[in-house]
Write a protein that binds this ligand. Sequence first.
Ligand SMILES: CCCCC/C=C/C(=O)SCCNC(=O)CCNC(=O)[C@H](O)C(C)(C)COP(=O)(O)OP(=O)(O)OC[C@H]1O[C@@H](n2cnc3c(N)ncnc32)[C@H](O)[C@@H]1OP(=O)(O)O
Length: 257
Amino acid sequence: METIVVKKETPIGWIYLNRPDRLNAINQQMIKELRQGIDEMLYDSDIKVIIITGNGKAFSAGADISQFKELNGYTAWQFAKSGRELMDYIENINKPTIAMINGYALGGGLELAMACDIRIAAEETQLGLPEINLGIYPGFGGTQRLVRLIGKGKALELMLTGDRISAKEAEKIGLVNKVVPLSNLEQETRNFALKLAEKPPISIALIKLLVNQGIDLPILAGLNMESLGWGVVFSTEDEKEGVSAFLEKRKAQFKGK
Ligand SMILES: CCCCC/C=C/C(=O)SCCNC(=O)CCNC(=O)[C@H](O)C(C)(C)COP(=O)(O)OP(=O)(O)OC[C@H]1O[C@@H](n2cnc3c(N)ncnc32)[C@H](O)[C@@H]1OP(=O)(O)O
């Protein structure tokens, strides 16, 4: 693969966006390769958590603007759709994902980070959806995900102005989960991933499903899904292990069964 690098550090799978001279701008090849990289981690049972980050001085400065000149109405639709479908796929995989954000997370880069479950950013990071300044608007799911993450007022402000905000401001409005000094970014993210890796994978998958699907359902349908899911977790070995470990005052060892 040319546009990403994958590295397995069991139980963590690292995916690095790897076009540093273009600030990891997302082109069509990267969209294809990201899907392959995600699948490689998804179908490896030793990998429990996936971290997506950027090589060089940015997470990603967005979709590759140099490709825009070649696009027409139809191909722009296809490019936006393929990127948006990748983000949907990432959001809905049954393993937890963390965006480790350094430098810039702009446009499609921020949309990729928003498709991850958790966002951890270095203090110097700048985030934003500047597409409006190009005469377009977010097209990898940003118009829908940002409003669900931070609410309508702030989401509209960010998209209508195209302004960049600091990591601290992003943390304040709920766009990132945690801000850390750049020197600690990798270790803090790894520690967070290791904590998730110890949790029962079936509960993780169900929590993701309930939150991601439930948010767009009438609350009673979501609540019913939640109750039904209890039937699933109560038929797992991990539930028996979790309860036994508590009663026996020891640490649970979950197996994803
Ligand atoms: C068709 C489907 C679209 C779906 C929806 C998504 C849309 C988008 O994401 S549109 C893109 C939104 N992003 C931006 O508008 C940010 C563009 N970049 C910048 O504003 C700046 O590069 C910066 C503020 C992020 C960093 O500035 P600086 O530190 O001065 O670095 P350079 O500008 O010199 O960048 C280095 C190098 O990288 C190229 N580059 C940066 N961003 C992109 C990009 N999004 N696409 C393509 N290339 C990018 C930049 O042109 C420089 O290249 P060289 O001049 O050849 O060195």
